[in-house]
Design a protein. Structure first.
Length: 277
């Protein structure tokens, strides 16, 4: 499973993207909830897989901080797949990041392992400059990369989608920085936002006490690799996105197969700030 197949963007940057206080989001959108959540992943049988016999996994996610101090995100995703050829393959990704509340800076470190062996180890610091982003990569090799144009950082993307949803906008296009692979990847994204609703019927018991009565939006985000002329997304993420930034159910379409995720545990984190930013 390549670096692009990790959920490092929108969904879990809230998420990436992915996302106790309240944290007040930019532009007057409702407060984002700092929380710790885990999701159980399994193969979606609705789309027959030509390459997998079975798949399962887990996502553990935590966000803390606020718009004044910035957002700290910890993310761990582990997958185990069976191709039907007599053996299983495991892979996991561990990432920590900090994003400035105004979207001016971003630091991250991401470690990928395949069958217990390190396959990549990336660390970088991103700074917003007048014409784009400057990416100072420390690992795997020292390099300075300049990315031109309007590019959102992961939590910025989440806030912008939530703002669009609250305003009744159904489509949102954006270029989004992604911390996978070599640490300088940008995706072209298209978010399709459905109508607001409350009390999703599939919400797990673990999440009902926190999310009951909270508005959510059905959101599908397609991630396209820049420069790829095929117009086929690298992956597509569908989810119930709550106005406080929590992800409910999710579906990740990797083209060859689909994983479904459901909240296994959900916990609010203690209030840490009275930030009004």
């Amino acid at each position: 499973m390549t670096g692009r197949r990790w959920v490092t963007g929108f969904a879990l940057a809230t998420g990436a993207a992915l996302l106790t206080f309240p944290v007040f989001a930019q532009g007057g959108t409702p407060p984002l909830l700092a929380h710790r959540a885990s999701y159980a992943l399994g193969l979606d049988a609705s789309k027959p897989s030509v390459k997998l016999e079975s798949a399962r996994g887990r996502i553990d996610y935590e966000i803390s901080g606020d718009a004044c101090k910035g957002y700290n995100v910890k993310l761990h995703q582990a997958n185990e797949i069976d191709t039907g050829e007599g053996s299983t393959s495991s892979s996991d990704m561990l990432s920590t990041s900090w994003e400035d509340g105004a979207g001016k800076a971003y630091t991250f470190e991401t470690l990928n392992r395949s069958n217990g062996r390190v396959s990549s180890d990336v660390a970088a610091k991103v700074t917003r400059v007048p014409d784009g982003l400057s990416v100072d990569i420390a690992k795997p090799k020292r390099e300075l990369v300049e990315l031109k144009g309007e590019i959102l950082l992961p939590t910025q993307h989440v806030v912008k989608v939530l703002r669009a949803a609250a305003e009744g906008t159904s489509l949102l296009e954006a270029r989004v920085f992604d911390r996978s692979e070599d640490g300088d990847k940008v995706y072209n994204t298209l978010a399709v936002i459905g109508r607001a609703a409350k009390d999703a019927p599939t919400l797990s018991e673990a999440a009902k006490s926190i999310l009951a009565g909270i508005t959510y939006y059905p959101v599908t985000v397609s991630y396209f690799t820049e420069g790829d002329t095929s117009q086929t997304p690298a992956y597509v993420m569908s989810m119930t996105l709550y106005e406080n930034g929590v992800i409910g159910d999710m579906k990740i379409d990797y083209n060859d197969f689909i994983l479904r995720g459901r909240i296994d545990t959900l916990e609010k984190l203690p209030v840490s700030s009275d930030c009004k930013g």
